[in-house]
Ligand binder design. Structure first.
Ligand code: AMP
Length: 584
């Protein structure tokens, strides 16, 4: 699509953009200089995310400024100032200290977007423990796998989620010493968080923190094996800050709303850290997507900068053009999205109906923050992910047989999107899996696993994934995790899971199953398998569709060919089937 949306809005700039000239900013940018904008811990004791997000604003006299504007599911509204956030996160840090939690140990959260989630995240960082958010819609199996791999020492959750997803697994989690419930609860083997908080002091001196100390552990999925724990260090806050400034154009008086759940990296980097480092008001909505609710919230909170996801945008489009006209969205001045391809129609729809285009951004769990983006002052080419962040070198590369990479300089060539390694929020490892970590790098580049191409103006265009991971509603799902649960059923001989493209939610998780002798592929069994997967994995990860096949295609070495199943599903050419064991 050869449409460009000019950078300067018709109504002119409402506030001067932070980056007036992309090329000039790129040419003069240095991470050392950018770091000077961070406060650092007093007395030169290092760099701590929670200090940058909360304490510095209190020390700089902005403690009374609202930090979180929390909207409850049932219409409640609570405002937490930076000073209040400082006090409650200090209490939480003391609670951890009282429980004997050591810096570097992992504190997990499993709850919806309630205020306790935010104080858990920031209080954990203050104590120099590692924050590991879990998505509250995960079923017991993803919860168990992540707590086990991350050796969670503390879990903060609700009594309902604890009963449903953790209580029966407790014996298999020897590292999990403390479960703190945010409500009355009283479940055996748990403690009441609010009782502990009430007894804790409300100031806490953050101990010396090396910028390279582990701060966050975010789980992500690959094609094979169980989830990987991507390690992020306190220095990543520099990217949260810089991208808040350059990619999201945050100014101190902004009201910012990131719609993502902190159970996924976007909801932590941009739903907690980035906006708070800028001292802005950050909106948190506890409820799930609802078109009317969202427009009302934009109106009532006077949101100025809005960071959301393509699935949500498409659902808003589906709700019609009339609905937004009923609301006053005049405060909005910048919209951005991430997580899956943003179709050009969505960018143009927003321009027409909301009066502003959507600025696509690209990044991953491993990158810790936005790496490629459409900036306020750069013309948008709808359908493109934009250009690399100043300070980040991106390229299209091909892996070479010897282990190196070849950079494809000429525009228009498809290859893997790579980033020159060493940006501050680069993940520092996959927990306990050095081999997988090293496989992500070659010749000084981090290889993202995404296929893309670059045009003659330096814009990057997404093509697809080079592996079999699935993106459904913006959530990354590893097929292996789903297949493992299906294989637990006594009737299942083989299982393979793919993403079937879907206009609205990106991809639908679809399972192919072959049965053991003696089992009939009937409707009752199909339903039983879908129900099993839903109970064990949770609604987000579980397959929505399941098809029986007499056997699944495999390579000669025995690997199930998910790609072939996907090609057949889409009616595409089956490509090279020469490695198939039994072409069917
Ligand atoms: P996650 O690690 O869960 O954040 O998922 C990262 C993956 O989401 C990337 O590797 C891409 O495949 C996909 N993704 C993120 N942003 C975009 C985008 N702007 N366009 C297309 N795909 C995207």
């Amino acid at each position: 699509m050869d449409v460009r949306i000019l950078a300067k809005p018709r109504s002119g700039w409402r506030v001067p953009p932070n980056m007036p000239d992309y090329e000039a900013a790129r040419a003069s940018f240095s991470w050392e200089a950018a770091e000077r904008a961070l406060a650092g811990l007093p007395g030169g004791r290092g760099l701590n995310m929670a200090h940058e997000a909360v304490e510095r604003h209190c020390l700089e006299g902005r403690g009374d400024h609202p930090a979180l504007l929390w909207r409850g599911r049932r219409g409640e509204r609570k405002v937490f100032t930076y000073a209040e956030l400082s006090a409650s996160t200090s209490r939480f840090a003391h609670v951890l200290a009282g429980l004997g939690v050591q810096p570097g140990e992992r504190v997990f959260s499993l709850m919806g977007r309630i205020p306790e989630l935010y104080l858990t995240a920031l209080g954990t960082l203050k104590h120099r423990a590692v924050f590991c958010p879990l998505f509250s819609a995960f079923g017991p199996e993803p919860v168990r796998a992540r707590l086990e791999l991350g050796e969670g020492r503390v879990l903060v959750t609700t009594s309902a989620l604890y009963r449903k997803k953790v209580a029966s697994l407790r014996d298999s989690l020897p590292h999990l010493r403390h479960v703190l419930l945010v409500d009355e609860g009283g479940e055996p083997g748990t403690e009441a968080l609010h009782d502990l908080l009430a007894r804790a002091p409300d100031t806490y001196e953050i101990g010396p923190t090396s910028p390279e100390d582990m701060a966050l552990l975010h789980f992500t999925s690959g094609t094979t094996g169980m989830p990987k724990g991507a390690i992020h260090v306190h220095r990543a806050v520099l990217v949260h800050y810089v991208t808040g400034r350059l990619a999201l154009d945050l100014h101190p008086e902004d009201v910012f709303w990131c719609t993502a759940d902190p159970g996924w990296v976007m909801g932590t980097s941009y739903g907690i850290l980035s906006p708070l480092t800028h001292g802005v008001r950050s909106v948190v909505d506890e409820a799930d997507f609802d078109a009317e609710r969202w427009y009302r919230l934009l109106e009532e909170e006077r949101v100025t900068v809005w960071y959301t996801a393509p699935t949500a945008v498409r659902m808003l489009m589906k709700a019609g053009d009339e609905l937004p006209r009923r609301f006053d969205l005049s405060a909005l001045r910048f919209i951005a999205s991430v997580g899956e391809p943003l179709n050009p129609e969505a960018v143009l729809w927003a321009q027409r109906v909301l009066g502003l285009p959507i600025h696509d951004t690209w990044w991953q769990t491993e990158t810790g923050g936005i790496m490629v983006s459409n900036y306020a002052t750069l013309a948008i080419k709808p359908g493109s992910m934009g250009r690399p962040l100043p300070g980040v070198e991106a390229a299209i590369v091909r892996r070479q047989p010897g282990g190196g990479v070849r950079v494809l300089e000429a525009p228009g060539l498809e290859g893997e999107l790579a980033l020159r390694s060493g940006w501050p929020s680069m993940f520092r490892g996959y927990l306990y899996d050095e081999e997988r970590y090293h496989k992500c790098f070659a010749g000084g580049w981090y290889l993202s696993g995404d296929l893309a191409w670059k045009d003659e103006d330096g814009y990057f265009w997404f093509v697809g994934r080079s592996d079999d991971v699935i993106k459904s509603m913006g959530h990354l799902i590893g097929p292996f995790e789903v297949e493992s649960v299906l294989l637990e059923h006594p009737a299942v001989a083989e299982a393979a899971v793919i993403g079937r493209p879907d206009f609205l939610i990106g991809e639908v998780v679809k399972a192919f199953v072959s049965l053991k002798d003696g089992y009939a592929p009937d409707e009752a069994l199909r339903r039983e398998l879908l129900a099993l997967a839903r109970t064990r994995l949770g609604a987000v990860v579980a397959p929505k569709e399941l098809e029986f096949q007499s056997s699944l295609p495999r390579t000669r070495s025995g690997k199930i060919l998910r790609r072939l199943l996907k090609a057949r599903e889409l009616g595409l050419s089956e490509g090279d089937v020469s490695t198939l064991e039994t072409p069917t």
